[in-house]
Each structure stands twice: as structure tokens, then as C-alpha cells.
Ligand binder design. Structure first.
Ligand code: PTJ
Length: 251
């Protein structure tokens, strides 16, 4: 129903996917509110991946390539918007996919599992409640994770994560890569590395970067990671948003 020549076609398409995912039981009701907040920040960066975000994307790709047990954590919003891209990224990295929900219900886990399987995922972790282990510092069940997935991961990619869980994952020694359009969120500030960009652009960009960097020497990849400073990258992202005032008259 959305005309392809609409200037904000992609944004409206995402909105439609989010609403449909809510109707089919994939998305938490709070997922719609979270999406709206993301839309507002995306507007401020011009609905484009910034240079600052590209630097974070390159660093994320380097960290994921070097990881011994990389895991991509999937929630309702990620399943609604980028399930195929997540499956593709997991394949190029030989990473695991784990369903890890803030508002966990058995029905939502099943619905998200179906979406991931339809997108081509062979194996998905975080599905069987009785096999879960607990991450210290979080109240049940938000801290329950799969022993083969997040519990033993060294690098975790978390599109849209909550601040408490990011903090608990960091405390348990993980390298946490967050994707969050809000550079001021606790997740953004707590993560090892934050990509301030929309997941619909950043997951495909990570795939491209992994392809570009996968044959680089370990030392070169480590240099990329060591050169990255999360707080200063977040400040740069915020600056891009504040500078959008200069673009105000151009429309
Ligand atoms: O599916 P569940 O049960 O795990 O629940 C997922 C939500 C997202 C509802 C839950 O984790 C939550 O309440 O998250 P928050 O605390 O609202 O944080 C969501 C963050 O993601 C906000 O900072 C938004 O700006 C950001 N965000 C929203 N949409 C996008 C986004 N960041 C990147 N890409 C988006 N498309």
C-alpha cells in the first residue's frame, strides 16, 4: 500500500513491518514504543548511516571476525525488521543466533523461532527454558540465556538491548556490540561498542564489512578495535544530531 516513490518509503515500510509483527505475536507491545523512539533519532541523523556509525560498523565487523564464539541476540524488533539479514550475518561469521527477550513469553519465542526458520536459520538457541543458565545480576527470567549461546559467548551482537542486561553482560566479561539509535541510552553508554544507526541499515553494512575485512591479518583487526573509543564515537553521533539544525532550511 505504500507508494515506492514516497520520500520516506523505507521508514513507512519498517513501520508497517512493526505493526504486522505486533499483530502476529512477534513483537512486544513495548516494541512499538521502542520503534517510535528509534524513528525520532533516525530522523535526526537524516535516516542515513553516518560516517561515525560507519566507523563503529567497521570495528564491530573486526570484533566479530576475531570472536571465538560470536552470538547474535534476537528480540522481537530485530525479528520483525531484519530476520533474513541476521541469518545471513550469522552464516558469514559462523555465529550462533539466540532468541533473548525482555518480555519473554513462550508464544513469542515460538513466533520468533518460526520467523528465523523461515528466513533460513538452521539452529536457533534460547528456545528451551529448562536448558537455560542464568547471567548474574539480573532478576529471572531476563537473565536466562542458553549455555551454548550467550552464556559462553565472547562477543555478542545485541540489536536494541536494555541497559540492565547490557551491564550484566559486560560484567560477565563479554564484548557487547549494541545497535541503538539513541546515543544517550544506558545501553549505548555501557556497551563495549555501540553502532548509532538503524538496524535495517547497520546489519547489511556489517555483512559487507565482514566480507571486506575477513582476510585481513589478526594484528590489523586488533588495531581497528584498539583505535575505537566508544564514548567519543557516541559524542560524535550526538553532534551529528545536534548539527541537523544546520540542515533545517534545506527540504
Ligand atoms: O522483544 P523484547 O521482548 O526483547 O523487547 C524489545 C524492546 C525493544 C521492547 C525492549 O528491549 C525495550 O523496551 O527496549 P528499550 O529500552 O525501549 O530500548 C530500545 C532502544 O532501541 C531505544 O533506545 C531506541 O531508540 C532504539 N531503537 C528502536 N528502533 C531501532 C532502534 N535502534 C536501532 N534500530 C532501530 N530500528
Amino acid at each position: 500500500m505504500i507508494p515506492k516513490d514516497h520520500p520516506r518509503y523505507l521508514s513507512l515500510l519498517s513501520r508497517e513491518k512493526i505493526v504486522n509483527a505486533y499483530k502476529s505475536g512477534i513483537l512486544a507491545d513495548a516494541g512499538m514504543i521502542a520503534h517510535g523512539r528509534g524513528e525520532a533519532f533516525d530522523y535526526l541523523i537524516g535516516e542515513e548511516t553516518t560516517e561515525t556509525a560507519n566507523k563503529a560498523i567497521e570495528t564491530a565487523a573486526a570484533a566479530l571476525i576475531l570472536a571465538k564464539n560470536p552470538v547474535i541476540s534476537v528480540n522481537g524488533n530485530a525479528a520483525a525488521l531484519v530476520s533474513s539479514e541476521i541469518v545471513e550475518l550469522a552464516k558469514v561469521l559462523s555465529a550462533k543466533i539466540e532468541i533473548n527477550l525482555f518480555y519473554r513469553t513462550e508464544d513469542r519465542v515460538k513466533a520468533i523461532l518460526n520467523v528465523l526458520k523461515e528466513a533460513g536459520a538452521d539452529e536457533v538457541f534460547g528456545v528451551e527454558d529448562d536448558k537455560m543458565k542464568h547471567i548474574e545480576g539480573l532478576n529471572h527470567p531476563r537473565g536466562d540465556v542458553s549455555p551454548e549461546g550467550i552464556y559462553n559467548a565472547d562477543v555478542i551482537l545485541v540489536p536494541l538491548e536494555d541497559g540492565d542486561r547490557t551491564e550484566a553482560l559486560i560484567k560477565s566479561g563479554k564484548f557487547v556490540i549494541a545497535i541503538d539509535l539513541n546515543p544517550l541510552s544506558r545501553t549505548s553508554k555501557t556497551a563495549s561498542l555501540t553502532i548509532v544507526d538503524n538496524i535495517i541499515r547497520s546489519i547489511p553494512s556489517i555483512i559487507t564489512k565482514v566480507d571486506e575485512l575477513k582476510n585481513k591479518k589478526e594484528e590489523e583487526l586488533k588495531d581497528i578495535i584498539n583505535d575505537f573509543d566508544n564514548l567519543s564515537n557516541l559524542k560524535d553521533s550526538l553532534k551529528v544530531m545536534l548539527d541537523s539544525i544546520d540542515k533545517f532550511w534545506r527540504f
